[in-house]
Structure formats: C-alpha cells, structure tokens
Design a protein around this ligand. Structure first.
Ligand SMILES: [Fe+2]
Length: 179
C-alpha cells in the first residue's frame, strides 16, 4: 500500500497550507511543492474531495491567492486567456489539455500543448496565455491555484480567429464560448 493511503486528502488543510505558503518570501516554490505533494496520490484526492455542483467553483480567495475547483466537460473548451498572476494546476481525474499561445502582431498564435492527467501538476507564469479543454471521455477535474485575487484582476481574453484581445468580462467569455 502506498504510504499516502494513511492520510486522507483534506481540502481544508490544503487551502490552509497554500494560504500560509502564499505569504512566504518563496511563495511560488512552496505552493508548487504543496500541490506536488497533494496530487502525488490523485485517487486519494478523488475519493475525499467534496462533490461540487458547479463546473467552476471558487474555493478560496484573498489578496494573495485564489483556489478554484475546475471541472471541464468534453467538447466545451475555454477560450484563450491570461491570468496576470502565476498559476498552478493539479489534476486528479480525466485529462486536461492546456494549449499555450504566444503574442504576435496584436493577435496570438498557438505554440504548444500540455496534456495533464491524474497526478500531474503544471506551473504557469503570469504572462502565459492558454486555452483549456477536456481531452478525456469523462470530465477532467482539478484544482487551479492563482497567485492573486483572480475574480478582481483585470485580465484578457483572446479571439483566436479574429486575432483580437479583449478585457475578460463574463459577457466576452460567454460570447467567445458560444462562437
Ligand atoms: Fe486559465
């Protein structure tokens, strides 16, 4: 049996650890280490994490930190966007495809893809632009951690086809998702 079987995943404890780490002088490294540890046993996370009614749930937010539970359904991609703060993504079920883009002449172009399966953790820099979608038959589920108050940060959405950047508003997001 894996040693981690002894300790049930505890979402409240994870939030407390990330909150404490976000105040440290070495926040990015400490938070990554906490996420690596938490997702080293993805089945443990899947067994003990609460059931979330919504696909996107803000678990915690303060001036230094945001923690989201993100569930992506097959065939329902999230359009390209930035965060303006660093992010750490940990997956415990399904496969999440992250497509990355680089800026060019006012628009963006696709640069790389990263597929994240259960137990995998990815760190993203503050200027990264990505789109996200489920790449498995079942929904992909994970925890996304951001180094700031994501709901209060002015950030950008990108219309890949039109080559346009726009402010990230609910309206623009829904329009791009429906496009
Ligand atoms: Fe994102």
């Amino acid at each position: 049996m894996a040693q981690t079987e002894d300790t049930a995943f505890d979402l409240e404890a994870l939030v407390a650890e990330l909150k404490s780490a976000s105040r440290s002088g070495n926040a990015a490294t400490e938070m990554r280490s906490i996420m690596d540890q938490a997702f080293s046993d993805p089945e443990n996370v899947a067994r003990h994490i609460p059931e979330f009614a919504e696909d996107d749930t803000v678990i915690y937010e303060d001036d230094h930190l945001s923690i989201w539970h993100c569930r992506f359904q097959p065939g329902d991609p999230v359009p390209p966007h930035d965060h303006q703060v660093s992010a750490i993504i940990g997956i415990y079920a399904g496969v999440e495809r992250n497509a990355f883009y680089k800026s060019n002449d006012g628009g963006i172009e696709h640069s790389s893809d990263v597929m994240l399966g259960p137990g995998e953790v990815l760190s993203i820099g503050p200027s990264a632009i990505h789109s996200v979608e489920c790449a498995s038959e079942e929904p992909s589920c994970g925890i996304h951690v951001y180094g700031g108050p994501l709901t209060r940060i002015e950030r950008n959405l990108f219309d890949l086809e039109a080559g346009e950047r726009m402010a990230f508003t609910d309206e623009a997001y829904e329009r791009l998702k429906g496009a």
